[in-house]
Design a protein around this ligand. Sequence first.
Ligand SMILES: [Zn+2]
Length: 437
Amino acid sequence: MALTVAHRGSLFHLLADPRIKKDCVEFLEDGILLVSDGAIMSMGPANELLGQLPAETEVVYHHDAVLVPGFFDLHVHSPQLTTVAIYGEQLLGWLNTIIPEEEAYKDPEVASNRADLFIREALRNGTTTMAVYGSWAKESVDALFKKADSLNMRLVAGKVMADRNMPEGISLTSPDQDYEDCSSLIETWHGKGRLSYAVTPRFAISCTREDMKVASRLISEHHDVYFQTHLSENPKEVEFTLELFPECKSYLEVYDSFGLLGKRSIFGHCIHLEDKDFKRVAETGSILCPNPPSNFFLGSGLFKFENAKNRNVRVALGTDFGAGNTLSMLSSMENAYKMAQLQGYSLSPWEAFYYATLGGAKALSIDDRIGNFLPGKEADFVVLDKKATPLIEWRMEHARSPADVMFVFMMLGDDRVVRSTYVAGQAVHHRDDRKDD
Ligand SMILES: [Zn+2]
């Protein structure tokens, strides 16, 4: 019989999109999350559930902590481990500095060692689901899927397609090679356990029309794969894209013209979109994924959260590590708040946590399986420590409401507040475990 575990602590989750629905937040000061066989059996107040737990239930008490659904980082680059925090220019110049690093990933041993470090680091930050850009080398994505599968972790990933405009000395792939590599990765990994493939042109600048057609063909041949790429990040990037595709009136139209918009398409950044683009995104159900840490680091601009809200556009959140100088979704939420403030819009903690939890699940169309603590959902969750640092402890003692508690985590927290991370009910990270234990 599978072991049943009652996780006791404060519990927080969202039941719907707080931009649309009021009263969609549940916060239990002293709750029980009952987990069995990797799934959530029930949640409720401790004083009600403790007396009716199944026989031989193990009770784990997470003192001074809030349990939240595992975080979703829906835009992140695995091969940028050694190039995070590199001083430099804005987007196009910065890419010339960091892309050469991706060559190393054609060596399966390098790819495997770094996939291990990358995924461990994400879990240390409480991220349990990611949409990852690998390098151009198929081996980088093989290694990521292998590692995630060994942990039974949810992962969406794809190798970047790029057949032009890469820095000198970089191996360019051809459209035929991209088709072959992606097809083989899809066949091996897509739908295996908790893994999914995303067709991943790096961006329109790096792909010829033939390569874009390959992306389109892969999507039509495999209807349930995802699609991810960059869109409208930096003004010079937008300008160059329109020079390469003069038949298109906007950057969004480039992808639209190849049939690449839709409910499984995730567009990273989307900073310099116009109103008509937001309208088209809403019509097609496409997903916008701002990455505030990266957008500040590269000086790319400010995502229009309020426009997205008014247009009822599907939004998720990412870090865009390594242009984002963090793998912490709490830091990404903090930066999202500051980004919105600069535009006169106060992003509520509920909206921020929605983007990083249930909103991420909805973006991937898997909110029937994950994203909050409803019974039957997969038990991916994070234990956030209210006493992680002296300042956080002091501030939490003076918290005025559940919204205040969550806002303090968002503004003062990062990997230090993540005490434990659970994937499908199993602990995959304990902050306080020593390496040599
Ligand atoms: Zn990116």
